[in-house]
Design a protein around this ligand. Structure first.
Ligand code: ADP
Ligand code: GLC
Length: 471
């Protein structure tokens, strides 16, 4: 089975978040199930640099108004295709925004062109798998082309929708009829994610809970009606983690590598975390955060709760970047609580590994979370997840309530309300568990034993692909 996977990021070539980890991991996750995945990415400078010299395998004179070439390569040994369209992708800055953080004005054209190219290539494959709004036009083009290629669209985050003014519609190169309620029209404008959701043969979310949540206004962000209408096509497949990158036994970013049988070795890493974040050394717990600093992630609630965390003798090591106001709030907290709160504003892959390998508990107070990967890394590393009970966080962490602790199945702490009180209560519970070393170690080990490799989820995607191809 040959699948074309189209997305705007893939680890290790370009990453702004979990989407990249998942798109990067899928080819290896699917290979054992007889699926060969070819990944199609935009030709950002970082991606072209990785390719080096490559001979184009296809050219477009006019891909939604611009010339483009298709360059072949590999990503971790799996086939890669890169859409080289300099007018669209050869820019400094991030994949979606310029260096000042402002979204590129022509993002609709950039990612519609990616979708157009994917649809042109798809007939040479058995199935097309598109990711998020940036890949979502691919199933829409297939549909209006009348192409006989089944398609899957995965929603990694329904909050990002690719919504534009109606005046961009002519630039999409679609028939007039596509500007309709069951097409790309969205609240009077154009919706790229919406167009894909209306067109794909199957829709997946990255956890079962999120598939249910987005049927409701609270989580659906305006698309709940469409999701509800297409509910027979929607299913949730939880993300896995790539053990080649995330295993404490082999992780080159850790001063001390370890297994569940030798957890005391984590102490060496904890000292390294203290040093890296200017924390007073000590045996009390270090809470960690590795996150985009945004409202989705509940980082405002954490910022407000920091004084309470310090008052109960907790320490915090935070790595993240995002909203300027939140960055400033954490920097101010570091000054207020020197030695107790350590903050690193920025993006640092190696440091994120050290935090998971040396921190005691990872805080994830998200208001919504389609899946979340950092709690899975926490589980694998014995860094106990303390999470809001939502989406993939609810699906992957087993709360250490009395019964679960007694049964020895708990893997973390969940809390319901993302409010200062809710967080405060969760922190207190975590401190109490930490104060009972046997209990804490059991929770750590139980988390490390939990299987969040891609084995099961890879099989589920392959099964979904097969059923669509058969139909
Ligand atoms: P999201 O995709 O919504 O940001 P996920 O938990 O799915 O959330 O994935 C986030 C990914 O980005 C993880 O791999 C996490 O380790 C990584 N990450 C987030 N912020 C940083 C940072 N400041 N430095 C290094 N890695 C980060
Ligand atoms: C999105 C979601 C996150 C998910 C990731 C990978 O970024 O916010 O919850 O883990 O995609 O699927």
């Amino acid at each position: 089975m040959r699948v074309l996977s189209v997305a705007s990021e893939a680890y290790p070539l370009v990453k702004t978040g979990g989407l990249a980890d998942v798109v990067g991991a899928l080819p290896a996750a699917l290979a054992p199930h007889g699926v060969e995945t070819t990944t199609l990415l935009p030709g950002y400078p970082s991606v072209l640099k990785h390719l080096g010299k490559a001979k184009p395998v296809r050219r477009w004179d006019d891909l939604l108004g611009t010339p483009a070439r298709l360059l072949p390569g590999t990503i971790d040994g799996h086939p890669l295709l890169v859409l080289d369209a300099p007018e669209l992708f050869a820019r400094d800055g991030g994949p979606y925004a310029d260096a000042t953080g402002l979204d590129w004005e022509d993002n609709w054209r950039r990612f519609a062109a990616l979708g157009r190219a994917a649809a042109d290539l798809a007939p040479a494959f058995d199935l097309l798998h598109a990711h998020d709004w940036q890949g979502a036009m691919a199933p829409a083009y297939l549909r209006y082309d009348g192409a006989d290629v089944p398609s899957v669209l995965t929603i990694h985050n329904i909050a990002f929708q690719g919504r534009y003014d109606a005046k961009v519609f002519p630039g999409l190169g679609l028939p007039e009829a596509a500007f309709a309620l069951d097409g790309v029209e969205y609240y009077g404008g154009v919706g790229l994610l919406k167009a894909g959701l209306a067109s794909a043969d199957a829709i997946t979310t990255v956890s079962p809970s999120y598939a249910e949540e987005i049927r409701r206004g609270e989580f659906g962000m305006g698309l709940e009606g469409l999701i509800e209408a297409r509910r027979d096509r929607v299913s949730g497949i939880v993300n896995g983690i790539d053990p080649a990158i995330w295993s404490p036994e082999t992780d080159a970013s850790l001063p001390a590598r370890y297994t569940a049988r030798a957890l005391s070795r984590r102490r060496v890493n904890k000292r390294a975390v203290e040093a890296a974040f200017d924390l007073e050394p000590g045996d009390g717990p270090i809470f960690i955060v590795v996150s985009r600093l945004t409202w989705q992630k509940g980082m405002d609630v954490l910022a407000d709760g920091l004084d309470a965390l310090v008052a109960m003798a907790g320490r915090l090591a935070l790595l993240g970047s995002g909203d300027a106001a939140l960055e400033q709030a954490f920097v101010a907290a570091r000054t207020r609580h020197a030695g107790r709160v350590g903050v690193r504003i920025g993006y640092d892959e190696a440091l994120s590994h050290l935090l998971q390998g040396g921190g005691d508990a990872i805080l994830i107070p998200s208001r919504f979370e389609p899946c979340g990967l950092t709690q899975l890394y926490g589980l694998a590393y014995g860094c106990v997840p303390v999470v809001a009970r939502t989406g993939g966080l609810a699906d992957t962490v087993i709360d250490a309530n009395e019964a679960a602790v007694a049964a020895g199945v708990a893997t973390g702490v969940q809390f319901a309300a993302v409010t200062p009180d809710g967080l405060h209560h969760a922190l207190r519970r975590t401190m109490a568990l930490y104060a009972q070393p046997d209990c804490w170690t059991t929770i750590q080990k139980q988390g490390m034993r939990a299987d969040f490799s891609w084995k099961r989820s890879g099989a589920r995607y392959a099964e979904l692909y097969r059923s669509l191809i058969a139909a």
